[in-house]
Design a protein around this ligand. Structure first.
Ligand code: NAD
Length: 449
């Protein structure tokens, strides 16, 4: 059993704290946001993440997990301190390190015994060295410490499973001994552990996210080509994905990537490259392709309805992806704003993100469910791929709409089925929109090589 402190109780920090305490460690989690900490002390979650509430409450009751706003308290008898604060985009796309800087200073001012500082935030290459200098300079008296980079790869929506069964744990440090101690902490997770230097560990995180973003922009480009040529991108992606060199994941064509990580991390990597005199040609194209995705549904809507002034449009989903309430850089924001600017009346429903969305989109009318949303609309736009949208009573939806138009930005429905139900339906990159006379789905024969 070890004493661990976690700085920041957002999507990464709270999951880290809850999971490490569930593994039998004593964890104290700290945030500068007092309302988050007082809410957590009452058992209220500041974010939505499936399974998190139960995990937090169980470990609080077992006395292994507690919360504080005091750095002094969090550092008491603590061996490891994890920095999990935000690193948003700065003005030119660079990562803004103000929260990391302030956390590092607070650690320096409050530490009273040797400690290992582990950075889980996604930070530019070189930040680990900078944090070490910062702590050294800000310490009232010299106390030994080591800095380890341990970038986080969890995905919102499945964060607990990702944390508990990571594909790999990456550790970077100038001290092999410190990296080894952090590796011991991760042994119960039974993941491969990559131990490297600080800068390489920091780069692994950016390179991984940039590669995944590239895959998404790639399949979106293929989707546009499919649409023109009459091929179906869903089946193209399925056919490609059987090749283990390609893999099945991140080949979903649609509205492009959003959320709190990919957009800012690709931008930050481009910024880092350009600072060093490299033109990041592939990544600049990835961003350009992605930026254009958010308009595709509105362009289609204009083709179908002409002027959008006074039209009632419903957004099915608001979160940047399913199973989260995270609205950071969600495509729904740009789509809703563009529709509102065109004079449309915008309504929306999302199973968990509406509270967060109301603050960002005060002019969007929220519905209590998908059926209320559909009533009287000229079109429904599928923006988030929530499971509960996949099995709606589509006849009921169709009958309550002013016009049965569904534009599916996440390809959750089958064009043939939607057409036969009488919808005017468009997915993304679905060939001739279900008008093909041949098979409708890829079939794999057993034993086929
Ligand atoms: P978040 O915004 O959800 O949470 C950050 C928390 O840090 C907030 O509660 C904030 O109040 C707190 N904070 C800020 N400054 C502080 C300080 N000085 N002391 C104590 N607390 C402070 O952020 P997040 O989504 O958890 O992301 C954290 C980091 O992890 C980012 O660098 C992000 O890129 C990276 N990351 C995020 C994800 C993800 O899916 N969200 C996945 C992998 C990596």
């Amino acid at each position: 059993m070890r004493k661990i402190s976690v700085i920041g109780v957002g999507y990464v920090g709270l999951v880290t704290a809850a999971c490490f305490s569930d593994l039998g460690n004593t964890v104290i989690a700290l945030d500068i946001d007092e309302s988050r900490i007082s809410g957590l002390k009452r058992g209220e979650m500041p974010i939505y993440e499936p399974g998190l509430e139960e995990l937090v409450q169980r470990n609080m009751q077992a006395g292994r997990l507690s919360f504080t706003t005091s750095y002094k308290e969090s550092l008491k008898d603590c061996e490891f301190i994890f920095i999990c604060v935000g690193t948003p985009s700065g003005v030119d796309g660079e990562a803004d390190l103000k929260y990391v800087e302030s956390a590092a200073r607070s650690i320096a001012e409050s530490m009273h015994a040797p400690i290992i500082v582990i950075n889980k935030s996604t930070v530019p290459v070189g930040t680990g060295d900078w944090v070490a200098d910062l702590i050294r300079d800000a310490q009232p008296k010299p106390i030994d410490f080591q800095v380890v980079s341990c970038p986080e790869f969890l995905r919102e929506g499945v964060a607990i499973a990702d944390f508990m069964s990571p594909h790999r744990t990456v550790l970077g440090s100038t001290s092999l001994e410190a990296a080894d101690k952090v590796a011991q902490l991760h042994l119960p997770l039974r993941s491969p552990i990559v131990i490297t230097d600080l800068r390489t560990a920091e780069m692994i995180k950016y390179a991984s996210n940039a590669f995944l973003a590239t895959k998404i922009s790639f399949i979106n480009e293929i989707a546009d080509i499919c649409e023109s040529l009459g091929a179906d991108v869903k089946e193209v992606a399925a056919g490609m994905g059987f090749d283990p060199r390609i893999g099945k994941q991140f080949l979903d064509a649609g509205l492009g990537y959003g959320g709190s990580c990919f957009p800012k991390d690709v931008k930050a990597l481009v910024y880092m490259a350009e600072e060093m005199g490299h033109e990041a040609r592939i990544l600049n194209s990835v961003m350009q392709v992605n930026g254009e995705r958010r308009n595709i549904l509105i362009e289609r809507l204009r083709q179908l309805l002409g002027d959008l002034k006074g039209r009632r449009v419903g957004l099915l989903g608001l979160a940047f992806k399913a199973n989260t309430d995270d609205m950071r850089d969600a495509p729904s924001i740009d789509i809703a704003e563009e529709l509102l600017a065109a004079g449309a009346k915008v309504h929306a429903f999302d199973p968990v993100a509406m509270e967060n969305a109301k603050k960002l989109l005060p002019k969007v009318e929220m519905a209590k469910d998908a059926y209320e949303l559909a009533k009287g609309t000229d079109a429904l736009l599928v923006v988030t791929e929530w499971n509960e949208f996949k099995n709606l009573d589509l006849e009921r939806i169709r009958d309550s709409m002013q016009q049965p138009i569904i534009l599916d930005g996440r390809n959750i429905y089958q064009p043939e089925q939607m057409n036969s139900l009488g919808f005017t339906y468009f997915g993304v990159g679905r060939g001739y929109n279900g008008q093909r006379k041949t098979k409708t789905e890829i079939k794999v024969r057993p034993n086929a090589a």
